[in-house]
Design a protein around this ligand. Structure first.
Ligand SMILES: [Zn+2]
Length: 79
């Protein structure tokens, strides 16, 4: 949890366009590149213009690796 919260803090205020409760704008989560600490919310993919791999998964604009989708925390756990 420490890593995630650190990254979130680092990104706060730089790329956030809709601070508030996750999901209030239709977002179900965000795509992460763990190596680059890049995060793009699913609803921002079009604006960011990210490329996608053969499976439709967005790829990191910095290193080109497929990004990891992380659902926004909400009621219940789908783990
Ligand atoms: Zn990357």
């Amino acid at each position: 949890m420490g890593l995630i919260s650190t990254v979130t803090d680092a990104l706060a205020g730089s790329t956030e366009t809709a601070p508030g409760v996750a999901g209030d704008d239709g977002s179900e989560g965000a795509y992460w590149c763990d190596d680059c600490a890049v995060r793009v919310r699913d609803v921002d993919l079009d604006d960011e213009g990210l490329d996608r791999d053969a499976e439709g998964v967005p790829v990191c604009p910095d290193c080109g690796e497929s990004m990891r989708f992380e659902r926004a925390s909400g009621p219940g756990c789908a783990c």
